[in-house]
Design a protein around this ligand. Structure first.
Ligand code: GLU
Length: 521
């Protein structure tokens, strides 16, 4: 009884240590970012450690720049790493290609205790076996007919290795066993070991382990308590359980958590880069320049998303806080995160919702901060920034920001604050402009000039009073006036615009419009 208690107690008390373990084979996909985020939230929630491990054992698929990209993306999003290649830590190296000795030693352990064996089959021999046997699988039913250390005499095996013949080491899977994977989201998943093949664990050709071996050896040595990763890795989990057993490490087996897939916004299936291209949204956190093809893929950062918005949006793709709260800062997410409210079924990638989050977070920014960001858009549009005070830009931003999803949208909504219109919305001209309009607008400008100030509210009252008094058509006058200043019949409150722009600019624009708008004969 006491012993059971101690075992349970130590299991429960195990320090939470999680790892994000990307392979540097290209830019980090947005699904990978979500995996990193959930690892981070879980670690922080439980006072644990977050490890970043670079799984670069597949030399064929290594892409230069991918590791830097991963670091930069996580830093941009505020996903902090406690241990890693850059951060250091007591369990390093954190890059698998620098851990060859460790893997060699562990492969040897499995060979020595009979859990693994050498296999010398050439690609041609494997091809022939596949051609001869439908659904061929290298396993208990076929390994007896193949060229491996279970079928060849020991001296010959030694000789072949000494001669430098290429070999792989395979895991010897015992058939007919029920393998249980306990998953925090999915519950108990049981599969029969007979469906598994004798996975390659190591290749002498490049002196590197395969993903499976390196992954579990590192999880064990790095004392990982929870393996939190995408659902696509669920099929590997039974093999990982068996590997833990083969090493005699069942007591420290991590808790598995397989996150739901991210699905296409429309229709069924996994979200892919093509969906992003087709529907016009990024599937990568940062812009990626492919070093081989030169192709550029767009990123959330360059598209004008705030990192806080991306984090909030991703957090809710597969998890909810238990109520309908949507806007949550990283700190709030940490406080509320748990796997109890993670869904099993895939999460539709609703990029319109992503825009909505960005909209919300932009509204939270102080007007002055938004204005500072808008300055670079103005610059890119050829506006002379020096001509406008911070106060002017800030007030302009405050008037139009409620309509934007991105900082860039401020231009579309507020460009008239910086550029006089050169064209006038034709439909509105037709509807609102008549032969009398120029005279009325000149009168309006004269009236504004007589006011002691252009403060929005009194100016409005005054002008409205005057229009009424004169019996002019309110809609026609005000819309014609707006056309002169804005170029179209939309935008913020007209008298707020007047107050900010000042009389000189307003009268210039009215004069220009009168000159330019030619009525049809
Ligand atoms: N290297 C794997 C990947 O690229 C890691 C999977 C895992 O977390 O076990 O996603």
């Amino acid at each position: 009884m006491a012993l059971i208690f101690i075992i349970l107690y130590t299991k429960m008390e195990r320090k939470v240590r999680v790892r994000f373990a990307p392979s540097p084979t290209g830019p980090l996909h947005i699904g990978g970012v979500r995996t990193a985020l959930y690892n981070y939230l879980f670690a922080r929630r439980n006072g644990g450690d977050m490890i970043l491990r670079i799984e670069d054992t597949d030399s064929q698929r290594f892409v230069p720049g991918a590791e830097d990209y991963i670091n930069e993306a996580l830093a941009w999003l505020g996903i902090g790493i406690d241990e890693g290649v850059r951060e250091g830590g007591n369990y390093g190296p954190y890059k698998q290609s620098e851990r060859r000795d460790i893997y060699r030693e562990h492969v040897k352990m499995l060979l020595d205790n009979g859990k693994a064996y050498y296999a010398f089959d050439t690609p041609e021999e494997l091809e022939a076996a596949r051609a001869a046997t439908p659904n061929f699988q290298y396993d208990a039913s076929t390994r007896g007919q193949m060229r491996n250390s279970l079928t060849l005499p020991a001296e010959q095996v030694e000789q072949m290795i000494a001669n430098g013949e290429k070999y792989v080491v395979r895991f010897k899977i015992e058939p007919g066993r029920n393998v249980e994977v306990n998953d925090l989201i999915r519950g108990l998943v049981t599969i029969n070991s007979s469906v598994l093949d004798d996975k390659v664990l190591y290749k002498s050709a490049d002196d590197l382990p395969t993903y499976h071996l390196a992954n579990i050896v590192d999880d064990h040595l790095m004392e990982v308590s929870h393996v939190i990763r995408g659902e696509e890795w669920l099929p590997s989990a039974p093999l990982h359980v068996l590997l833990y057993e083969a090493f005699g490490w069942t007591d420290t087996m991590p808790q598995f958590v397989h996150l739901p897939l991210l699905l296409k916004p429309d229709g069924k299936g996994k979200l892919s880069k093509r969906d992003g291209d087709r529907l016009g949204f990024p599937v990568f956190p940062l812009e990626w320049h492919d070093p081989k093809s030169g192709e550029i893929s767009s990123g959330y950062r360059e598209r004008g998303y705030l990192p806080e918005a991306v984090v909030n949006f991703l957090a809710l793709l597969g998890w909810n806080p238990g109520d309908d709260t949507e806007i949550m800062s990283m700190q709030e997410l940490i406080e509320r995160f748990s796997f109890d409210h993670c869904s099993r079924s895939g999460a539709k990638f609703d990029f319109e919702k992503g825009k909505w989050f960005n909209h919300k977070y932009l509204q939270e920014l102080a007007d002055a901060d938004l204005a500072a960001k808008f300055r670079s858009v103005l610059e890119a549009r050829g506006v002379d920034n020096a001509a406008y005070s911070d106060e002017y830009v800030t007030r302009a931003v405050s008037m139009v920001k409620s309509r934007i999803n991105f900082v860039e949208d401020l231009w579309e909504q507020g460009k008239f604050f910086f550029e006089a219109p050169t064209e006038y919305e034709a439909k509105a001209v037709k509807k609102r402009w008549s032969a009398e309009t120029p005279a009325i607008l000149n009168e309006l400008v004269g009236r504004l000039a007589e006011l002691p100030s252009l403060a929005s509210q009194p100016a409005e009252e005054n002008i409205i009073g005057w229009i009424t008094e004169r019996g002019y058509h309110m809609g026609n006058v005000m819309n014609a006036f707006r056309l002169c200043v804005v170029g179209e019949c939309k935008g913020p409150h007209m008298f707020d615009i007047v107050e900010l722009m000042g009389l000189d600019e307003i009268s210039r624009r009215v004069a220009t419009a009168i000159e330019k708008i030619q009525l049809p004969e």
